[in-house]
Write a protein that binds this ligand. Sequence first.
Ligand code: PLP
Length: 403
Amino acid sequence: MIRPSAHLAEVRYEIRGALTRRSRELEAAGLPIIKLNIGNPGRYGFETPPHLRDAIAAHLRDSEAYGHEQGLEEARETIAAQQRARGARGVEVERIFVGNGVSELIDLSLRALLQPGDEVLLPSPDYPLWSAATILNDGQPRYYRCLAENGHLPDPDEIEALVTARTRAIVLINPNNPTGAVYPRELLERIVRIAERHHLLLLTDEIYDEILYDGAQFVPLATVAGDVPCVSFGGLSKVHRACGYRVGWMSLSGDPVRTHDYRDALQLLAALRLCANVTAQWAVRPALESKPTIGALTSPGGRLHEARRMILEGVANSEFLDLATPGGALYAFPRVRADRVPRFDDNAFALRLLEEESVLVVPGSSFNVPDSRHLRLTLLPPPEQLREVFVRIERVLARMAEG
Ligand code: PLP
């Protein structure tokens, strides 16, 4: 018997978990499943902008050797320039790290930081890799709530009340997966002050930074943080619809003296895995230096805008659901009303929706929300299909409401 690491007993990633495996079985048996589970634009007919593809093709011969452990110089220069142009302080190429997706860098950023038992303040709901990476690096997640009643925004007083002598970092996800919340500047300023008062590192996952609807304004945390140490994460997967390229980055801003040793630790960890995929990094400069292409999808008439409109309409017409309107990202996080379906269990619901109606969603509790009444839907299927999804969701909820 080969025993896996005991660490894994506490780690979950339901976005690709048991429900997804069951969905694959049903598909293999010939059932068409409508999938609203993974934020993977390429699977739904969204294309990576062709100039990114061309840049990679043109540089294939330049991609055969290992590269710098922190990433290609030209990619890092472009990322640093973007961060500085936004107003981040102290960003230099030596403080940029390119990785195989933000996923790799989430792990790296926490591995470079945590001692056993250190605490990390995480949003609930979170993108579950943040919890998993905290646990796998011997840290303790401590959750601050982002409730639907408050537009899924956190309460800074609650964040501060959770700080202990063991707290090392505050994690923000903005625009948020799974809720779509976009954090206003005043809220970010209050969170920065908490980090400053308690000498905490800010870790801000901004992978959806340009996916915004109906005038929502994204404020990069680094521009508010000033000298407070801050790591900002971005990448090609979502805004540039290139999940499969596996390119993400993190940039360290704030006082270089306070972050000197941490930066060196990040470099050591980056060097241990040699380098990120070199080939795909050639897409970074063209991605960041060309006119953004995502606006055509998120503005009125664009496919993501339409999908979001269908979801808002589906919820407005629903007997059972309510929703804090998402301002950004690729998701909606509707909630099943307690007065309509008193004995609701999100996991049981998601399984029934899959088995009875061939629709795959992710239960809210997969995002570290205790006793969740939520489900997460992606905005990626064709908008007209989303209308059908709501018909099916309503049917299952009606059956659950009857008991
Ligand atoms: N962070 C958030 C909030 C995400 O939603 C995702 C993917 O869905 C990631 C990070 C991982 O991104 P990447 O493809 O760059 O690894």
